[in-house]
Design a protein. Structure first.
Length: 374
């Protein structure tokens, strides 16, 4: 049975056909700006090296120039993991998150994928998922002339097949994926946000790639819609960003349903319900963005939002990262016996729980709603 829920004017359902067929304005196809990452992002599929300065711009996924960012359109992917001892390489390398953003005069596409686990093949799955999805959206959204949000959702859902095919062809493993299309509604000053999400790194079920043969696993597909106004900022993140606003991970409170070991001497924290925990996450995030907005003479935009959330996750995880890097060097120190190394590793594993933050790959992709001049 398909269910439709509404909270704070956000509609979501497992079936987009549950939504009303709200009319939209004709989508203008001229590309104003586009960007992808980390490093070369989806362009890396056509390359053998991670050196974007040696790339030649060529049409990819329907876009000729993937190097144009705006204050209204920007994204970033980075690693919060600590460095391996005596190396410039970080644990978890290569970054398995991938994003792509495309802005047009009255519409935009945002896509983020989070490859499941570490290694080149999860990264390949994420790259293929974003490439396949964006390629389909860049063609079908403008060839089929959608007239309602239902048409938009149907095109978005069909793009998952293109993403799945590319993953299988290029021998990627599995990835989660979230995509959003911003469109102008027929009502004056009204915009719409259509979102499809498949997979969640924290929940079982649902992903693209080699999970259920050659077909995408859409067991926890979620479709969402909400109305927007000009100046609103839409942003997608991987869990390396969102989890670091979680009050439990920030060590503001504890979770009564978890055995959350803080280590000896740690302060006893108030426990909260799952509902209150989610509310506090949103309060932490909105508080940060309000502060970023007040610090800017011209107000918040996509670039400043990206900078604010990236700075937050770096600062939150810095102490944990520095501690683990120092301990890694100590463990690799010459002259230590195997028993001494095991003791240090055990101590490190216990002590790291005393530090706030989650080390992960972190991605944010943001777009500020509004008309962009051709």
């Amino acid at each position: 049975m398909n269910c439709l829920f509404c909270r704070a004017k956000v509609l979501w359902s497992v079936n987009a056909m549950d939504f009303k067929a709200l009319p939209i304005r004709s989508l203008i196809s001229t590309v104003i700006a586009a960007c992808t990452g980390p490093i070369a992002g989806i362009r890396q599929l056509q390359m053998d090296i991670d050196e974007p300065d040696r790339m030649q711009d060529a049409p990819l996924a329907g876009i000729a120039n993937w190097n144009k960012r705006l204050l209204q359109l920007d994204g970033e992917s980075m690693s919060l993991y600590h460095h391996i001892a005596n190396s410039s390489t970080r644990y978890g390398d290569p970054i398995a998150d991938v994003y792509a953003l495309v802005a047009r005069p009255n519409n935009a596409i945002l896509v983020v994928a989070d490859g499941c686990n570490w290694g080149p093949r999860p990264r390949q799955a994420a790259r293929c998922a974003v490439h396949g999805c964006v390629s389909d959206l860049n063609s079908k959204l403008f060839e089929s002339s959608p007239s309602t949000i239902i048409d938009i959702f149907q095109i978005m859902l069909s793009s998952l097949n293109g993403a799945q095919r590319l993953i299988v062809q290029n021998e990627g493993t599995t990835t989660t994926l979230c995509m959003a299309v911003v469109c102008e509604m027929t009502k004056s000053h009204d915009w719409g946000l259509c979102v499809d999400k498949t997979g969640d790194m924290r929940d079982s079920g649902g992903c693209l790639g080699a999970n259920v043969g050659t077909n995408p696993d859409l067991s926890n597909l979620l479709c969402c819609f909400t109305h927007l106004s000009e100046g609103d900022i839409v942003f997608l993140t991987s869990d390396g960003i969102s989890d670091n606003f979680d009050p439990v991970i920030m060590q503001q409170v504890s979770d009564p349903l978890q055995e959350y070991e803080m280590g000896k001497g740690a302060a006893v924290l108030e426990s909260v319900s799952a509902k209150r925990r989610q509310e506090m996450l949103l309060e932490n995030l909105s508080g940060l963005l309000r502060q970023a907005d007040s610090n800017s003479d011209n107000g918040l935009n996509a670039f400043l939002l990206k900078e604010a959330v990236i700075s937050h996750v770096i600062d939150l995880t810095d102490a944990k990262r520095q501690y683990m890097e120092a301990q890694e060097k100590e463990i690799e120190r010459e002259g230590l016996t195997a028993s001494e190394k095991r003791k240090l590793i055990k101590e490190m594993q216990k002590t790291t729980t005393m530090y706030p933050g989650k080390l992960d790959h972190a991605t944010v992709a943001a777009y500020q709603v509004g008309h962009l001049a051709i």
